[in-house]
Ligand binder design. Sequence first.
Ligand SMILES: Nc1ncnc2c1ncn2[C@@H]1O[C@H](COP(=O)(O)OP(=O)(O)OP(=O)(O)O)[C@@H](O)[C@H]1O
Ligand SMILES: [Mg+2]
Length: 223
Amino acid sequence: MMLELTDVKKSFAEPDGGELPILDIDRFSLGPGEQMVLVGRSGCGKSTLLHVISGISRPDSGHVRVGEWDITLFTEPECDRFRAEQIGYVFQNFNLLPGFSALENVLLGMRFAGGRTDRSRAKHLLDRVGLGHRMSHKPTQLSVGEQQRVSVARALANRPRLLLADEPTANVDSGHQQQVIDLLRDTCREENVALLIVTHTPEVAEQFERIDNLEDFNRAVVK
Ligand SMILES: Nc1ncnc2c1ncn2[C@@H]1O[C@H](COP(=O)(O)OP(=O)(O)OP(=O)(O)O)[C@@H](O)[C@H]1O
Ligand SMILES: [Mg+2]
């Protein structure tokens, strides 16, 4: 397995001091190079699950195995380094670095992973999302959909083993939607990267063989 979660629980402190269970997952796994879509109502815990899978946040209990590593045993710096090296992440809110151009943001994705910065790969990825003409624009000079496409290119930059994409097409038109999905799927297929996409868009979801609804396997969901 490329990814395997066992007995994962995660709750958050409620604003009034109580405790709110968000995730309670017995088992969830993804094979090497497998591609899937995760769906489920707004608020059911999809982004929280991606944070736990990538080590951005820690589960309260349980184990998250990525490749041969149990990331719940890592220290926080180890987790950050592991994520930079092994995981590509398209954030729901992009998380681009504001002081850097589109091309620099993609190159930094490689630098953080400790690899060599491959300018031709970075440019190729930006080209593939239709941003060949916007490489030196900074995030504030890009449209929202353009920023989203830079974040897709950045997530692929470091040749990850696992790619997590949180609503990667939420802000683009249908033409760019297909461009983004094709780039993610083709690159992941070519480089044997496991791909997990969260989406609310039926035209995106229906292209995948495996569609899991988090509400079906998350016991913490209030029905
Ligand atoms: N830091 C936090 N503190 C308290 N509650 C939180 C925190 N983060 C998330 N939650 C709660 O956890 C629930 C799940 O949030 P999450 O962002 O995972 O939902 P989602 O499925 O990604 O929704 P959407 O489709 O709208 O993006 C929400 O009800 C939210 O209020
Ligand atoms: Mg979300």
